[in-house]
Design a protein around this ligand. Structure first.
Ligand code: HAM
Length: 427
């Protein structure tokens, strides 16, 4: 029986993994520049954390969690997202007591959601995210959005759009919630069963319904922006002012409510506008979550963050036809003809590698011609050929593959010769 990979997951093979490493490295470097440090939390957590953190009326908690009981009878869940775990760690390790405030963290790793797999939607996907906890300065909202946009721009994406909204504070949200209930209750039977349930549990989520998106009640629904109190409006104004000041363009979408319960004030998404992108066009989502730290048992500490999916980031790069500048090929392939030369090649390749060069050789007993072909397939910049004659003279015939130019180099000088030439080639 041949095994197949579980639905909604993927294998990343060489050729792909380099792109992942590259993208993650760009994101890591930028996080460092913005003062965010890496945090690593477990892949699974107590289920209760997500019920509290993400919200027990959300789709994620109700339909999408991979929950299991371990042999000790504990209810555990593969993390569907990173914010609740990071906040749990923030509280557990009392990072709120650290002298460096706000605490600025980033993370990357697999997340798990039992969703219907389609293009850009997986059951295991990798998020790169940041969380800034301990400040309610609108400048940090702008910083977090600037960082997300900076990551995409650094990788070369052009066709992206930042969409923002404000959900306001608790009072504004309550006023809006009441208005939504008034708006929908008379005709709620026209909407899907999920929306009918949401009217009781979480009316804001009705606005995010995929099935009833085009129903006229949606377009005429009260806008949160009309229910922001003075303080919330002033906060949102300041966030917008900072974005404008930084030259980051954005559009406001009052219907942007996001799928997690912990948000208030700023919410945002970054979409790809590249052609052929469709349903999975949301590359990144985030927002402010004042109150979540308390909900998870910590002191009052406001927070904001985002998470982007690497799968969708790479898909967006492909849709825009952007090739990442990934270094391919090796520096030197050592071709050996004959028993003694083979032994010398084993030694030489190790020496080249120890000196910092990418080197390889034949392990399949190929003939000279086939070894040269292999060197070509490896994308070798140089080939060093040794046979009986070269061994006699203690030299290697070194061929520069791009020009075809060939030189005899004493074996004792091979490392320095190649190091120099490679350095020169790269400049
Ligand atoms: P989210 O919107 O649920 O937010 O997910 C963030 C991003 O993860 C989405 O914009 C999307 O790119 C990606 N994503 C979500 N589900 C999938 C999937 N099934 N397959 C591929 N990619 C997916 C959060 O998770 C929040 N924790 C973000 C945040 C951080 N808010 C504050 N801090």
């Amino acid at each position: 029986m041949a095994f197949q990979i579980p639905r909604g997951t993927q294998d990343l093979l060489p050729g792909e993994t380099e792109k992942w490493q590259y993208a993650e490295q760009v994101a890591r470097d930028l996080c460092g520049r913005y003062g965010y440090e890496e945090i690593r939390t477990p892949i699974f957590e107590h289920t209760e954390l997500f019920l509290r953190g993400v919200g027990d009326t959300t789709d994620i908690v109700q339909k999408e969690m991979y929950t299991f009981e371990d042999k000790g009878g504990r209810a555990l869940t593969l993390r569907p997202e990173g914010t609740a775990p990071v906040v749990r760690a923030f509280v557990e390790h009392k990072l709120y007591g650290s002298p460096n405030q706000p605490v600025k963290l980033y993370y990357t790793g697999p997340m798990f959601r039992y969703e219907r797999p389609e293009a850009g939607r997986f059951r295991q996907f990798v998020q790169f995210g940041v969380e800034a906890i301990g400040s309610s300065d609108p400048a940090i909202d702008a910083e977090v959005m600037a960082l997300a946009m900076h990551i995409y721009e650094a990788l070369g994406l052009k066709r992206i759009r930042l969409v923002i909204n404000s959900l306001g504070d608790v009072d504004s949200r309550r006023a809006h919630r009441e208005a939504l209930v008034r708006h929908f209750s008379g005709r709620i039977h026209e909407l899907c069963p999920d929306c009918q349930a949401r009217l009781e549990t979480n009316p804001l989520r009705i606005l995010d319904c995929k099935k009833d998106r085009d129903h006229e009640l949606m377009a005429s629904a009260p806008s949160i922006l009309d229910y922001l109190n003075d303080e919330s409006r002033a906060y949102f104004e300041k966030v917008k002012q900072y974005l404008t000041m930084l030259g980051i363009s954005f559009v406001i979408d009052a219907r942007l409510v996001r799928g997690l319960d912990y948000y208030n004030h700023t919410t945002f998404e970054i979409m790809s506008e590249a052609e052929g992108f469709g349903a999975a066009a949301t590359l990144c989502g985030g927002g402010r979550y004042n109150g979540l730290v308390q909900e998870i048992g910590g002191p009052e500490a406001p927070g904001i963050g985002f998470a982007l999916s690497i799968e969708r980031l790479l898909a967006a790069l492909e849709a825009e036809g952007i090739e990442l500048p990934i270094r391919q090929g090796i520096d030197c392939y050592v071709v050996a003809v004959g028993e003694r030369a083979k032994d010398e090649a084993v030694r030489l390749v190790y020496e080249l590698r120890r000196a910092g060069l990418r080197a390889d050789q034949d392990y399949l007993g190929r003939k000279l011609k086939a070894q040269l072909k292999a060197a070509d397939r490896f994308g070798a910049s140089f080939v060093a050929i040794i046979g009986d004659e070269e061994l006699e003279k203690q030299t290697a015939a070194v061929k520069h593959m791009a020009s075809g130019e060939q030189t005899n180099v004493p074996l004792g000088e091979l490392v320095s010769f190649l190091t120099e030439r490679i350095k020169w080639e790269e400049e």
